[in-house]
Design a protein around this ligand. Sequence first.
Ligand code: PXL
Length: 277
Amino acid sequence: MEVQRIAAVNDLSGFGRCSLTVSIPVLSAMGFQVCPLPTAVLSAHTGYPNPLVRDFTADMEGFLNHWESLGLTFACGYTGYLGNERQADVLEPFLRRLREQGALRLVDPAMADHGKLYASCTPDLVQAMARLVALANVATPNLTEACLLTGTSYEDVIAATDCHSAVEKMARELLAGGCGAVVVTGVESGDIIENCVLASADAAPVWVSGHRVDRHFAGTGDLFASVLCGWLLRGKGLEEAVNRTVGFVCRTTAATAEWQENGQDGIAFEPFLRELN
Ligand code: PXL
C-alpha cells in the first residue's frame, strides 16, 4: 500500500495546539505522511503574551528545493499561517507546480478571527494570502478572513439580519478570483455555528451547521482544515467531507469545554483521533 504524502506549510508552535501540532497528528491518524515546511517556529501561538518567534522565510525556498532534488511528489499541499507576505512569493510557484501535477491544494488563510487580524499579521499579508487562495482548489477562510480577502466590512456582515447572502457573495468572489471551491467557516447564529460550502461557480451554496460551544478555542480553524484535508484526500466529496469535519470539530470542542479551563490551550482532540481512522 502506498501512503500518500502531504506538504504541510504552517508554523510550528510548541504550545497551544494549532497549525502543525494539529495537522501532523490528525493527518497521520488519517493515514497520510505529513511533511512539514515550517513558516515560523514559536514557543507558543500568538494568543499567549510574549511568545518567542523565529521567522523561517529565509530557509523556505531551500527546503522546497531540497525536496525537489529528492524527487518528492505530493498528493496535496496544505498551507496555513504565514510569518510574512514574502513567504507567499515562495509558495506561489510551489502551488503552481502542485496544480500542474494535479495535486490537491488546500489553502487555509489563517490570519484573523472575530473581526481582527492576529497580532503578527499585517494588511500586506492579506494581499499575499489572497494570491495563494487564488491557486487553491479548496480554501477555508473563517468569516473574518473571507471579509478581509474580499474587502467586505465584517461589522456589516454580522449586523445583517440575514448574513447568508453576504457570505455567499464573498464565497463567489473568491471563486471568481480563481479558487476552485470555498468553505467559509464559523458563521455564528445563536446556538449553532454554520459553514458555507460553495463547491463551484455554478453550484448553490450548502450550509452545514453544528452545535456551537460558547467559548473560544485556539486552533479551531487548523483542526477544521486538517480534518477536511484528510477526508478530501480519502475521496469524499466536498459536502460529505465538510459534514464529517463539522461533526468532529463540534464533538471535540464540546468535550474540551467540559474539562479544559483555558481556550488558548486549544482543542483536546487527542483522545478522539481514533475516530478518524
Ligand atoms: O490558529 C491560528 C494561528 C496559527 N499560528 C499562529 C497563531 C495563530 C492564532 O493566533 O498565533 C502562530
